[in-house]
Design a protein around this ligand. Structure first.
Ligand code: ZN
Length: 143
């Protein structure tokens, strides 16, 4: 049950992002510059862990920093890069793509400068049960 090596925390070199207070939850991730549509923003940094071990570590935390990659592995991004601040929105402007146990982040449409970047946690396996405060008109209320 050894720990796998940390994944590379790659970010797009030209894109400026910042973590700041979010109206959705805690700190969020914001685009400093406008982001074009369908752009790869970077990869979520973190440590590959056995899923059972990672879930146990997240229990009771106010914020879950875990992306479940498959049935055995999760990416624990507690100490990952800036992308760990990505909040959930039911009308997300970004999405995650899991490729060979790495988590890539892409924009959906064009995103204006200053906007908070969000992903739909429901699109990736996620332990549910938290109230959603994303404010989207079609918010599902829970995530
Ligand atoms: Zn919502």
């Amino acid at each position: 049950m050894g720990r796998a090596p940390a994944t590379v925390a790659a970010m797009s070199a030209s894109l400026r992002l910042k973590a700041a207070r979010s109206p959705i939850h805690g700190r969020g991730l914001f685009a400093v510059d406008a982001v074009p549509r369908r752009m790869k923003l970077g990869e979520l940094g973190g440590v590959l862990r056995r899923l059972a071990e990672a879930r146990a570590a997240m229990r009771g935390r106010r914020r879950i920093h875990l992306v479940e990659l498959d049935r055995r592995w999760g990416l624990d991004c507690t100490r990952g890069n800036l992308f760990r601040h990505l909040n959930h929105s039911c009308a997300a402007n970004c999405y995650l793509r899991v490729v060979a146990r790495r988590v890539e982040i892409y924009s959906r449409g064009a995103i204006p400068a200053g906007a908070e970047l969000t992903v739909d946690y429901r699109a990736t396996p996620h332990p549910g049960g938290m109230a959603c405060r994303c404010g989207a008109p079609r918010c599902r209320g829970r995530l």
